[in-house]
Design a protein around this ligand. Structure first.
Ligand code: GLV
Ligand code: MG
Length: 338
């Protein structure tokens, strides 16, 4: 049976680090669509050509009286569409909802061979992943599937964040984790009503005494999600799975969206959700390393020879650790070019 780890290519290149893995195929943007929306569904074959991952959403943003239509719509689309190299994922309803059992039974039975990953929302701890894991094993066996479905958790409850390490390692099916900033904000009783992104009130001021060079009142917005994203990245890296930033709700604010995606990329995330076609290109740009960064990384790798010792390049010290950083960038570029 194929292991979920087959989704990842170990990054050999002479480096002895077993956990440095990146996705094959890439998953820079997980593009959400509502399969109950006929207009949106009609665009799926075209959108599929532009994205790394297409996700049929059954959970939040689909009205309660459209749940069945969304489930059946996804089955119909999956059966009638050639997705090429694009991965097909779904987000099922949460484990405490009346819909999730039918979601899993129907999808695995009808299109289990077409789906790559099942995104599970509002995961609270390892027990939620264990439940899905066992159910999937039963349904896969009944449907005669030979390729195990992978599981992706959304980190969007306070308990989920407290248990993120055990969630990341809860099953060999675990593919990755996404931050869910909207539900997480509510669960934590944060005071932002935005879907992801910053908040103008959450800032750092320069020293109010004026004893600074910027005359005391310059403010900088901070990243509200820094702590959670960093924790999620560590939990994922330690377990060999992939971290993602989730949704950015202000579709018109392409600058803030790019900023939020880039913060996540720099912290270690491999992708983000796109909720609108305009966010597809933002994610593609942000989650692909820039040609300048790749050129620099390749130069350091070349000049570091066997990767040990230290060299000065343009006045900057490079050593065994910095060459590993450069390999992360170069290998991501290679994987995306493959
Ligand atoms: C996503 O599901 C979120 O709650 O932000
Ligand atoms: Mg949510």
């Amino acid at each position: 049976m194929r292991s979920p780890k087959d989704f990842f290519a170990p990054l050999a290149v002479g480096a002895p680090e077993p956990l440095r893995q990146i996705p094959v195929p890439p998953s820079r943007m997980i593009h959400f669509f509502d399969p109950s929306n006929e207009k949106m569904a009609a665009k799926v074959p075209d959108i599929a050509k532009k994205v790394d991952v297409l996700l049929g959403n059954l959970e939040d943003a689909v009205r309660a009286d459209r749940k069945e239509a969304a489930r059946n719509g996804l089955v119909a689309i999956a059966k009638s569409t050639d997705f090429g190299k694009t991965q097909l994922w779904t987000r099922v309803n949460s484990l405490d909802s009346p819909w999730v059992l039918d979601d899993l039974i129907t999808l695995v039975t009808e299109i289990g061979d077409k789906l790559d990953v099942i995104m599970v929302p509002k995961v609270e701890g390892a027990q939620d992943i264990h439940y899905v894991d066992r159910l999937l094993a039963q349904l896969e066996a009944r449907a005669g599937l030979t390729k195990p479905l992978l599981v992706h958790a959304i980190l969007e409850t306070a308990s989920g964040v407290a248990n993120v390490e055990e969630i990341a390692g809860a099953s060999p099916r675990m593919q990755g984790i996404s931050l869910g900033p909207a539900d997480l904000a509510a669960s934590r009783r944060m005071k932002t009503t935005r879907v992801g992104g910053g908040h103008p009130g959450y800032l750092v001021r320069t020293d109010p005494t004026g004893e600074d060079l910027n005359e005391g009142r310059t403010t900088y917005q901070q990243d509200l999600w820094h702590y959670t994203v960093a924790r999620m990245v560590d939990a994922c890296a330690a377990n060999g799975i992939l971290p993602y930033y989730g949704p950015f709700g202000d579709i018109r604010d392409v600058v803030a969206c790019e900023d939020q995606f880039r913060n996540a990329f720099l912290l270690g995330c491999v992708g983000a959700w796109s909720l609108h076609p305009v966010q597809i290109d933002i994610a593609k740009k942000v989650f692909s390393p820039s040609p300048e960064d790749v050129a620099w990384a390749r130069r350091v790798i070349a000049e570091m020879g066997d990767g040990t010792g230290a060299v000065m390049i343009d006045g900057k010290m490079q050593d065994d650790a910095s060459v590993k950083q450069c390999r992360v960038v170069a290998e991501l570029a290679d994987a995306l070019a493959a």
